[in-house]
Design a protein around this ligand. Structure first.
Ligand code: A4P
Ligand code: MG
Length: 183
């Protein structure tokens, strides 16, 4: 996950940065939703989709009440946007897909969740944006698809995706059917 000429605090840069986005859905046709979200990602300015993982059917993690299984995937982007701008674009896509944030229920079911997992090697911790994503290294629904795409990907401060994957073996994450992807 190499980033060139990247500003250490803002992620501002002249060169393309490799960014990694986690996609998740467990309401309203999750597989179709993921496919539609990928089409939206493909339309982002100054951004290209470089690779998309297979879809995984995954057991909900961190939820108090029972929920439907999730469909999760990971996309690798090349982008010239700044990290904050990319996150704002991801949140706009979530809203277009009818994402409602629950004030009372943490990890509520959702039509679409787009997390910015990695942005080059950028490390930052503000309320609006924490990089790497603070929980990605302990989640099979992120590590399995990420390791499919980039087994040697290094999560700054945490380790290599392929190796971290071994620690989450107990979490159910099974490859499942994918819908057509953007070219
Ligand atoms: N935020 C800070 N850093 C980031 C980042 N790197 N990427 C802020 C995205 N957002 C980031 O996010 C809450 C706040 O985090 C935002 O204001 C944003 O500015 P949110 O998307 O509004 O809420 P959320 O997703 O419900 O909260 P959270 O804590 O981010 O949850 P997670 O970590 O996304 O987990 N189980 C399975 N199997 N599959 C899933 O996809 N997802 C979750 C949600 C729980 N269990 C799951 C899955
Ligand atoms: Mg989220």
């Amino acid at each position: 996950m190499r980033a060139r000429r990247q500003h250490p605090r803002t992620g501002a840069q002249g060169a393309t940065t490799l960014a990694c986005v986690g996609l998740g859905s467990n309401l309203g046709h999750p597989r179709r939703r993921i496919a539609a979200a990928l089409r939206d990602l493909a339309r982002l300015p100054r951004t290209r989709i470089l690779a998309v993982s297979p879809n995984y059917a995954t057991a909900p993690l961190g939820t108090a009440a029972p929920q439907p299984d999730y469909v999760n995937a990971v996309a690798l982007l090349g982008t010239r946007l700044r990290a904050r701008d990319l996150l704002a674009r991801l949140q706009a896509i979530e809203r277009r897909h009818g994402r409602r944030r629950s004030a009372v229920e943490r990890n509520a079911p959702r039509t679409l969740d787009l997390d910015l997992l990695l942005f080059g090697r950028l490390r930052m911790a503000t309320r609006a944006l924490e990089l790497p994503h603070p929980r990605m290294h302990e989640r099979a629904f992120v590590l399995r698809p990420l390791a499919d795409l980039a087994p040697a990907a290094r999560i700054p401060g945490r380790g290599v995706a392929r190796l971290l994957r071994r620690r989450v073996r107990g979490q159910r994450a099974v490859r499942t059917r994918s819908h057509p992807r953007p070219p």
